[in-house]
Ligand binder design. Structure first.
Ligand code: ADP
Ligand code: MG
Length: 163
C-alpha cells in the first residue's frame, strides 16, 4: 500500500506536497527515502519549527536506519549518524555554525566522500558552496498551524523517481 492510501497528504505536482500533520510529513519522508538512496547531499530548508527534523525521522525510517523516536535534532551535537543496511545517514544542523572556519571543523567533506553516505543538512543554504553542490533541496514552508508545503528541487532524472 502506497502513501496515498496510508495518509492524506496530497501531491500537487511532480515535486510539491502538502502535509497536514507531523505524521504525514514523516510518512512522506519514508516514501522519499527510496528516491534519496544514491544521493549524496540534501539541503533541508525552512524556518525553525517548519518540520525539517520531522521529515528526517521519516527518511531515517524509510532507510531502515533508525526509528522516528530515535531521530532527534542535532542542534547541539551538530551531527547525528544513523546506519542503515544500505545507507549511512548523517543528519547535520548548521543553525549554530556561523563561519567557514567552524564549518571546516565538522569535516563534512569526509562524510560526502564516504561510500553509501547520505548527508541531510539543516541550514546548509547559509553556505554558498553547500548550496551550489547539493544534489537535492527540500524546502518546507508553514502554510498554517499544521499545514506544510514541501517542495523537492532536484534534477529531473531524480524527480522522475519520486512518489
Ligand atoms: P525544524 O527541524 O524545521 O526546526 P521540527 O521538525 O523540529 O522543525 O519541528 C516541527 C514542529 O512542527 C514539530 O513540533 C511538529 O510536531 C510540528 N508540526 C505540525 N504540523 C506539522 C507538519 N505538517 N509537518 C511537520 N511538522 C509539523
Ligand atoms: Mg531541526
Amino acid at each position: 500500500m502506497g502513501w496515498r492510501e496510508r495518509s492524506t497528504h496530497q501531491r500537487m505536482s511532480a515535486h510539491e506536497y502538502i502535509t497536514h500533520s507531523a505524521d504525514e510529513t514523516i510518512a512522506l519522508g519514508r516514501e522519499l527515502a527510496a528516491t534519496l538512496k544514491g544521493v549524496c547531499m540534501v539541503i533541508l530548508r525552512g524556518d525553525l519549527g517548519a518540520g525539517k527534523t520531522t521529515l528526517v525521522k521519516g527518511i531515517a525510517e524509510g532507510l531502515q536506519a533508525a526509528s522516528q523516536e530515535d531521530v532527534t535534532s542535532p542542534t547541539f551535537t551538530l551531527i547525528h549518524e544513523y546506519r542503515g543496511p544500505e545507507v549511512n545517514l548523517y543528519h547535520v544542523d548548521l543553525y549554530r555554525i556561523e563561519t567557514e572556519r567552524e564549518l571546516a571543523t565538522l569535516g563534512l567533506d569526509e562524510l560526502f566522500a564516504e561510500d553509501g553516505s547520505l548527508v541531510l543538512l539543516e541550514w546548509g543554504e547559509k553556505f554558498p558552496r553547500l548550496a551550489k553542490e547539493r544534489d537535492v533541496e527540500i524546502a518546507i514552508e508553514r502554510w498554517g498551524e499544521m499545514e506544510r508545503k514541501i517542495t523537492l528541487d532536484a534534477k529531473s532524472s531524480l524527480l522522475a523517481k519520486t512518489p
